[in-house]
Design a protein around this ligand. Structure first.
Ligand code: NDP
Length: 349
């Protein structure tokens, strides 16, 4: 296989699954990461495929011309995947820590590819349903069904001065808006695909040594559903749909090869879920979680009446992806996370 791709965020939860599927499909991948240490960890995690891997260091994606050198591959890149963007609330001091890397990182990359990488045909960006959903209207009568036409109406004011979750969501919104504006105004030689996943769950493809190092979405699942108590109130997550990270990665690879995907936005959602559904699956399959997983009212829906949902017909039609069931995703996450917890406990003995 001659195609060569550049991937940002390859050391993260979603990025490492994109990397795994690219490598398994025979692609040669250059990962842009912030430090050599992070690059070395990728090389260790994917040791058996090291001959298909290269690392390039981009220390600060916000700096002007940040990606100028990274996009100039030898041999040249054909496709660029951009999955690097802040999505952890640990140690956040200021909302701009979400907004700036998301927006400037995206624009710096698009500009670098336009100016320095004539071989690139497509840029594929990991967006989010956060740029689609109106989080001030999670329920309505009749229930809202979101499509690719919808945009989160959040303003810059709310994002800059509201709680950090607003800043995260807005970082995805403004990055995507700016990206499409760039495409319209600059008319570069490549096309853009934006993929908007909802809550993304799944087993890890990168190594971590502690549950405390889990990525944001799996960490939320762990705290609310795996490591709570039987009597805890059933939690509510305002993101009503999920996708399995392995299916999201498969969509990313399809987005690279399907010509009609060019300059399209896709909502990459499997189906609606509530925490009760997840807890029911955990309780039925993992006896060791019986005292740690909220019981709630088994077999009922924990979503509020009129809860919004998402129309996933476009991604299914154009990219032909079959989504895993929630039961499969939850069971595989549980096996992975319980294993990490077990290893961590053993290391402390
Ligand atoms: P992770 O935290 O696991 O990965 C984030 C990646 O982005 C890491 O490679 C990280 O590198 C990089 N990154 C974060 N901040 C910066 C920064 N300031 N400068 C350079 N690189 C940075 O999260 P996910 O894998 O879950 O998220 C990946 C993408 O998917 C994000 O764009 C996120 O918005 C999006 N997404 C995630 C969802 C989910 O449920 N997980 C749902 C919808 C969208 P480093 O190690 O150097 O920090």
């Amino acid at each position: 296989m001659s195609r060569r791709v550049l991937l940002t965020g390859g050391n993260g939860f979603i990025g490492s699954h994109i990397l795994a599927q690219l490598l398994d499909s025979g692609f040669s991948v250059c990962c842009a990461v912030r430090t050599q240490e992070k690059g070395d960890k990728i090389l260790r995690d994917f040791a058996v495929q090291q001959d298909q891997l290269a690392i390039t260091i981009v220390p600060n994606i916000v700096a002007p011309e940040a990606y100028r050198d990274a996009v100039q591959g030898t041999p040249p890149f054909d496709t660029v995947f951009h999955a690097a963007s802040p999505f952890t609330y640990r140690d956040v001091q200021n909302n701009l820590e979400f907004l700036e890397p998301a927006i400037k990182g995206m624009l710096n990359l698009l500009k670098a590819v336009k100016d320095n990488a004539p071989s690139v045909k497509r840029v594929i960006w990991t967006g989010s349903c956060a740029s689609v959903i109106d989080y001030d209207q999670l329920t309505s009568d009749p229930p809202k069904i979101y499509t690719e036409e919808d945009w989160n109406p959040i303003t810059w004011e709310e994002a800059a001065h509201g709680d950090p979750s607003k800043a995260y969501r807005a970082s995805k919104l403004f990055a995507e808006r700016e990206a499409w504006n760039f495409m319209k105004e600059e008319k570069p030689h490549y096309d853009l695909v934006t993929l908007c996943p909802p809550a993304t769950f799944g087993p890890l493809r990168h190594s971590i040594s502690s549950i405390g190092d889990l990525n944001e979405s799996n960490s939320r699942l762990w705290k609310l559903c795996f490591d709570s108590t039987k009597d805890a109130p059933m939690p509510y997550i305002p993101v009503h749909t999920y996708v399995d990270v392995r299916d999201l990665a498969a969509v990313q690879l399809k987005a690279m090869t399907v010509p009609e995907a060019g300059n399209q936005r896709f909502l990459v959602c499997a189906q609606q879920f509530g925490c009760q559904d997840i807890c029911d699956i955990l309780r039925s399959r993992f006896a060791e979680l019986s005292d740690r997983t909220p019981l709630g009212k088994p077999g009922t829906s924990s979503l509020p009446p009129g809860a919004y949902s998402v129309d996933n017909s476009k991604v299914k039609r154009l990219l032909g992806v079959e989504f895993r069931t929630l039961a499969e995703t939850v069971a595989d996450v549980a096996c992975c996370l319980l294993d990490i917890e077990h290893t961590e406990k053993q290391a402390h003995h």
